[in-house]
Each structure stands twice: as structure tokens, then as C-alpha cells.
Write a protein that binds this ligand. Sequence first.
Ligand code: GLV
Ligand code: MN
Ligand code: MN
Length: 411
Amino acid sequence: MMANQERIEQHIELLSRFTSTPGRGVTRLTYSKEDLQARTYIKEKMIEYDLEVTEDGFGNIFGKLEGILPDRPSVIVGSHFDSVPNGGAYDGTAGVVVGLEIAALFKENEIQPAYPLEIIALVEEEGSRFGGGLMGSRGMMGILSEEDFKELADKDGILAEEAMLSIGLDPSKRKVRNPETIRAFLELHIEQGPILEEKVIQVGIVEAIVGLTQLEVTVKGQAGHAGTTPMNRRSDALVSAAQIIGDLPELATSIGEGAVITTGRLNVYPNGANVIPEKVNFTVDIRAGKEEHVLDAVRRTKERIAAQQKKGIHISVEEMLYIQPKFLDKNIRSILKETSDSLEITNCNMQSGAGHDAMVLSDFTACGMVFIPSKDGLSHCPEEWSDASDLAAGTNILFETVRRLMEEESS
Ligand code: GLV
Ligand code: MN
Ligand code: MN
């Protein structure tokens, strides 16, 4: 009853074609044409593996195999299927594909589970289109309010609801899920860092996920002529932004203990070579293993921002996402460890520096995560790559763990 490596490889390959940047990595923004293509593929495979397919009012996809026992909560396996701009073929997708493969194993082996099995494919984990991140999981667990969702718009001002409608999704469908319908959530993900590869270990069992926050900073100045405005008469939004951003690496280093701060997106308006920038907005992504360090970094970032407020320059800060560090379920971690050992798959405990949907679900249900090695530690780039044999090994661990969780509950 072992995972089919070729089938896994094929899912990854086919899904990687649904990108708006062919030849330059996977760019699959939520509710885009490529989202619809990937969604159609995932739903077709779910049907092929005898799952009953539904979508919620965010467009999260659920494929369910009913359990024999009535009204039991589901064991859920999956991840997200959106990507960052010019990202790779594995981040998120790997976890969805592993879910599909687990469903295929249930079908091929004619296993009728005692409890329902659900495979999920979540939207907008990366926040690449609507900001913040973890939207699908936050929405589904009711911690993104309907009002906040209705206000979400992309950089072109297209509302999330409009974008949903444009690919045939229905935002009026049920959005929030009762946590009592979930027994556990399991997510396989690529490591996105170098540790497993360096140590030559096949899987990492995630103990904890870093706390993270994302700020959206808007600096407003005054546009003007680049040739005729004297240097002492300018309110240049980009110069102020650059001064803030330039301080952030040193700030992160001074906090230490693995705290990291990144500005990954910056937009300049009107973005003309001979126009003094009138407005700049940029993101500040802050992460640390300890919540006190995240809070310290936020406070000190805001101090740096306040120091740039002056006549002619106005700066505002919006918190797009705040999520505490999370520990994953101890019982599931030990089952993952036991199944890895019994399958003779080398393993170790790990901390996650990346955010994951499991960190949202862990407030509502028992969660477990397995990492597999990333080649050269690279992720969020076209070079992202993981070995299908590691994906198959991870699938076997999760498959056994799913079955154990179903037994445990029924005994
Ligand atoms: C998701 O990849 C994140 O950690 O931002
Ligand atoms: Mn990612
Ligand atoms: Mn991811």
C-alpha cells in the first residue's frame, strides 16, 4: 500500500503548467485564470478518486470520502494551491498532491474509513493577491470577518468577491466551518530551507511554527519636477521609505534569536524617472520564534516610521496579519515519528520559519506537519525543487498517520 511516485510526479508537473509566467516559475494568483485551471484539475482528480467535491464561499476546495460511522469529524489532509509571484511548483501544491495521492490509496485499496477523510486545497495562503496571507484557512475558521473579506481588493482595485465571480465561484456559499467537524489536520510541505538536505534526513516533523506579522506602510509626500525642485524643497516619499527600510536588517539582527524582517514589495507612485515620488507603499514581514520578539520588532519598526514623519511627509501603517507562534499537536507528532520510524524513513524534529495554514487550524483542531527536503534550500523562486521519492515517503507517513487517527478515535 505504498504511494505511487510516478503519479505524484505527474500531478506536480501538470499543476506547474498552470502559471501566468511560463518559463519564469509558477505564478498562480488566487481567483485568476490559472487558479481556475488548477482548481479544475484538482476537482477532476478528486472525483476520479471517488471523493465528493464541494467549494466554500472562499473557493476553498474540499474532497470528502464519507466514513462508515455516522456524524464523525473528518481527518483533513491538504495545503494551499496559490503561489507567490514567480514561485516554484511545490510550495503548497506538494501538500495538495500528497492529499490526492492519499485519496488514491484509499480507493485502490478499497479502504472504507471509519471517519470521513477530507482532502483540501486552500486559496490565498501566500497573500500574493489580496495581502496578509492565510486567507483561505482564516476565512474557513471564522477569523476573517465577512466585512473584512468584502473589503479585500488586489493592487488593481479588483475586489476579492468580483474576482471570485469572474472565475465562476460563488461568494454567497457557506464560508465558516464548524471546528467540531474536524478531527485533525495534516499538512505536508516542502521545508523551504537547507536543513534536511544538509543533514541528509528524509522528513522533518514540525514542532512549532514562527509567529509572524505583516505591515503595509504607506508614505505620502508631494510629487514635483525632478529637475526644477531644489533639494531642500522636496517631500520625497521614496527617500523616507528607503530610510525606514534601510534600518530594518540591523533592527532584526539586534533582536537576534532568529528574528527576521523583510520588505518584499514596494510600489512607487507615479513611478516616473523624472517625477519626485508622491507616494510609496511597502510591506514589512516580521517573524520570530518567540512572540515577545515579534512584538518588539513591530514596536521598533513603528518607532523608525514615526521618526520619518515630518512636514510634508505623512506615513500610515496597517497591520495586514498577526499570528502568534504555534505549537503543533504532541500526540500527532508522536504518531508521525512512530510511523516514520516503522517505515524506516529518517526523520528529525524541526521548527518552521515559514507560515502555514496549519498555524491557523491549530487553534481549532489537532494539527501535524511533515517537511521534506528542498534542493539547495530554495523556495519562493522558480528553482524550488523537491524529490518525488521524498514526496512519496511523506505520503506514506501521512497515509499511516491518517489511518491511526481514525482507529484511535473509534477505539
Ligand atoms: C508563506 O510562504 C510564508 O511563510 O509567508
Ligand atoms: Mn510560500
Ligand atoms: Mn506554503
